[in-house]
Write a protein that binds this ligand. Structure first.
Ligand code: C2O
Ligand code: CU
Length: 449
């Protein structure tokens, strides 16, 4: 695998430049691709911050259109959230914006634009953001896989025309080329006996993944940056919707010299090899496998008080159903022009703009239970800004393993209950992270006042 671009912070913080560049996803005989990058690479530089330490990130826009950066999953002050019109003016071409915040939680996060999101993310603007624990976690190596999904045409270029209405009403823009850290199906090298913390970020526009590790039993130790009770994935498949992250503790117990496939088989009949675990021929680095579990310290998330919480329902509506378009064409009240999706009958389009009226207003400090109801025939990874949701139940069954997520994947017809303390003042977006869905109406605003 290509050396992963890292960049350390200087005393005046990180500089992140959004600009066009060229990338090579595959073998040298394959054509290069014109992409948009953070600091010249896809994915962008890994930003490493420390929990509880103030961070300063200067974003410079060298694109020919407005942009902003959203620090996905970080509980930060509203003015630093990167939503154009709602939390800041967009960054004009040639201009910069300084983001400053202190990340309260350690874990695996990511950053991406929140302006013209479908195209900007689809052309490559995304990077991992890691907030380090104050005490290092006992692993031999800490690896990051940023997974991206591209729709390339025969010449290797990114297929144009983002925002196909029919696609937007269905699964969104699922591509034809999946990369790990910007490369197509290469192998990651390991030594037998190693214990690795593997952080996986699904940075795709719409592709949902179900990852299987041949010959290995990874343990899930965190979801969306938040530590959970360590557990093995259900049926051995790690389900990862767009924008979701998982931290795995991976013990390399395979045979020296062998290669093991990592498979994504989410879509029926379309399974493919994402990458391989390639073992060095040397003998194992330790005689016995490490048996102490990897334990991540919990983050200081406020525990919702369920007894006193207020309860609200957010119903996801629209899209193609039984051959017809629900909503759009005026079928659904409140659906604006070009909208195909709605939440509680209201559609907000685009990436964020001024004057978005909140659907719900919470008094600061209140515990809230959200009931998310997916009435559509499609999957939706629902993302909340500025907070993390404690997932309580799914379709009436309690969710095990203490699961905090900023992006909750909803299968068709799913009903999920999730709780949080509305403790972060400001106007916060809640939207589907399938970018075509967000752009075409599946978005709303929650106000904490
Ligand atoms: Cu990662 Cu509003 O998005
Ligand atoms: Cu969606």
């Amino acid at each position: 695998m290509a050396p992963f671009p890292a960049r350390s912070a200087s005393s005046d913080g990180y500089r992140i430049v959004a600009a066009p560049a060229r990338a090579r996803f595959a073998r040298p005989d394959r054509p290069e691709t014109d992409v948009w990058t953070y600091n010249g690479t896809v994915p962008g530089s890994v930003v490493r911050l420390r929990q509880g330490e103030r961070a300063r990130l200067v974003v410079e826009n060298r694109l020919d259109q407005e942009t902003t950066v959203h620090w996905h999953g970080i509980r930060l002050p509203n003015a630093m959230d990167g939503v154009p019109g709602l939390t800041q003016p967009p960054i004009e071409p040639g201009k910069s914006f300084v983001y400053e915040f202190t990340p309260p939680d350690a874990g695996t996060f990511w950053y991406h634009p929140h302006a013209n999101s479908l195209e900007q993310l689809g052309r490559g603007l995304a990077g991992a953001m890691i907030v380090e624990e104050s005490e290092p976690v006992a692993v031999d190596r800490d690896l990051v896989w940023v997974i991206s999904d591209w729709r390339l045409n025969d010449g290797g270029g990114i297929a144009p025309r983002f925002g196909n209405r029919m696609e937007a009403a269905m699964s969104g823009r699922v591509g034809n080329t999946v990369t790990v850290n910007g490369r197509v199906s290469e192998a990651e090298s390991f030594l037998a006996g190693e214990r690795v913390r593997l952080r996986i970020v699904n940075a795709s526009l719409a592709r949902i993944m179900a990852l299987r590790f041949e010959g290995h039993r990874p343990t899930i130790v965190a979801l969306d940056g938040q530590p959970c009770d360590p557990h093995e994935p259900e049926n051995g498949r790690i389900l990862l919707g767009p924008a979701m992250r998982v931290d795995l503790a991976l013990d390399l117990g395979g045979e020296p010299g062998r290669r093991y496939d990592v498979i994504d088989d989410f879509y029926d009949g379309l399974s493919y090899r994402l990458t391989q675990l390639a073992y060095d021929a040397r003998r194992p680095i330790r005689d016995h496998s490490v048996d102490a579990p990897v334990a991540l310290p919990r983050n200081p998330l406020p525990e919702p008080d369920l007894a006193s919480s207020e309860r609200h329902t957010l119903t996801l509506q629209g899209g193609m159903m039984g051959g017809g378009m629900m909503g759009g064409g005026g079928g659904m009240m409140g659906m604006g022009h070009g909208a195909v999706w709605a939440i509680n009958g209201q559609s907000m389009n685009g990436d964020g703009h001024a004057g978005m009226e909140p659907a719900l207003v919470f008094e600061r400090g209140r515990s809230v239970v959200l009931e998310l109801r997916n009435e559509t025939a499609w999957w939706h990874p629902m993302h909340i800004h500025g907070h993390s949701l404690k997932v309580l139940s799914r379709n009436g069954r309690a969710v095990p393993h203490r699961q905090w997520q900023d992006t909750v994947l909803m299968a068709p017809k799913d009903v999920v209950e999730a709780a949080f303390v509305a403790d972060n003042p400001g106007d916060w977006m809640l939207h589907c992270h399938v970018m075509d869905h967000q752009m075409s109406g599946m978005m709303t605003v929650l106000r904490v006042a």
